[in-house]
Write a protein that binds this ligand. Structure first.
Ligand code: NAD
Ligand code: IPM
Ligand code: MN
Length: 352
């Protein structure tokens, strides 16, 4: 068996609850595919910050780097000033480990209720390729004349040719692999003219290498409308960090809810460990109650297996999730976090 060193960061709120179920499913599926997971858990998040003032000590960052992948729940807590953990831990990992592809599939599973009503799984099957290391997330900008009536806060959007091109290339490669061969750039080039023009030009140039891929462009405001009214328009969507953040919560909602939305923060070159986590956050409003849906985290474990080269194991998780969602749709009963994890783990095991 091959051994993969996996770092686990349960984090805050519902993070530990959903990560436990993800690990449960991984423990069931891995041995069947001759994969041994050597997991190390890292206590990072609100508790550590309160105790020590640390978000991500350099020594821990160096240890994380020695792993093949990171499995994360969520970070952020109402008792910690907004941004301290989100920037100091989550974004720091995405930036330091060059997770320039934030991969967020938006798929409707059969039987799952969607607020769109009359749509089928064929209508909602997209892959959002969100840039992960630049845009307004870069942390450029600042505050002048703080506390005065003349106060100015700027938050610059960073868009480098290098950064845009690498994520656009990844998106085209994905579009070429997928049956519908379609790529939509989502931006706001009618207002954000400098960045928008760069994204457009890069898409045009890289697109010339992919004549089989049909390229489309939508302003982000119109894209949010079409996510709801015409989800079938979308196959691969490539977009910047902030637009990608926003449209993937919308994507989650149209595909059955934030509790089902998976993501991977990927460094395709494998120079650094990639990191897999649900799209959702720490959900302090339901933490500690066994109410969180662990499916997003379990599907993120599937994306991780794909990345590690275990595509069969990943498909097995997706099948088990599909069956569990069908069963839930049939009986309509409310299930706890661990009941859902147990059911998916059992179905994974039964696939033999
Ligand atoms: P959130 O995703 O945590 O919650 C939004 C809503 O969705 C809440 O009502 C919550 O109960 C519900 N929800 C989320 N996950 C669910 C699940 N698995 N099952 C059922 N319901 C679920 O977003 P928020 O409230 O905007 O943010 C809360 C905290 O999480 C903040 O500190 C924020 O910064 C942080 N956050 C972290 C991440 C991350 O770690 N990747 C992502 C988003 C938000
Ligand atoms: C997400 C989250 C993060 C983001 C926050 C918590 C920094 O919303 O993973 O979608 O904006 O990327
Ligand atoms: Mn988000």
């Amino acid at each position: 068996a091959r051994t993969v060193k996996l770092a686990v960061i349960p984090g805050d709120g519902i993070g530990p609850e959903v990560v436990a179920e993800g690990l449960k499913v991984l423990a069931t599926v891995a041995p069947a595919h001759d994969l041994a997971l050597d997991t190390t858990e890292y206590e990072l998040g609100a508790k550590r910050w309160h105790a020590t003032g640390e978000t991500l000590p350099d020594t821990v960052a160096a240890e994380l780097r020695e792993h093949e992948a990171i499995f994360l729940g969520a970070v952020g807590d109402p008792t910690v000033p907004s941004g301290v953990l989100e920037r100091g831990l989550l974004l720091r990992l995405r930036f330091d480990f060059s997770h320039y592809v934030n991969l967020r599939p938006v798929r409707l599973y059969p039987g799952v209720h969607t607020p769109l009503g009359d749509v089928t799984p064929e209508d909602i099957d997209m892959l959002v390729v969100r840039e992960g290391t630049e845009g307004p997330y870069a942390g450029m900008g600042g505050v002048l004349r703080k506390g005065t009536p003349g106060e100015i806060a700027t938050q610059d959007s960073v868009n480098t040719r290098f950064g845009v091109e690498r994520v656009v290339r990844y998106a085209f490669a994905k579009a070429a692999e997928r049956p519908r061969h379609r790529l939509t750039l989502v931006h706001k080039d009618n207002v954000l003219t400098f960045a928008g023009e760069l994204w457009q030009r890069v898409v045009r140039e890289v697109g010339a290498e992919y004549p089989q891929v049909a390229v489309d462009y939508l302003h982000v405001d119109a894209a949010t409308m079409f996510f709801v009214t015409q989800p079938r328009r979308f196959d691969v969507v490539v977009t910047d960090n902030l637009f990608g953040d926003i449209i993937t919560d919308l994507g989650a909602a149209v595909a059955g809810g934030i509790g089902l939305a998976a993501s991977g923060n990927i460094n395709p070159e494998r120079d650094f460990p990639s990191m897999f986590e649900p799209v959702h956050g720490s959900a302090p409003d339901i933490a500690g109650q066994g109410k969180a849906d662990p499916t997003a985290t379990i599907l993120s474990a599937g994306l991780m297996l794909d990345h590690l080269g275990y595509a069969d194991a990943a498909r097995r998780i997706e099948r088990a999730v599909g069956e569990d969602l069908q069963a839930r749709a049939k009986d309509g009963l409310v299930r706890s976090t661990s009941e859902i994890g147990d059911d998916i783990a059992r179905r994974v095991a039964e696939q033999g």
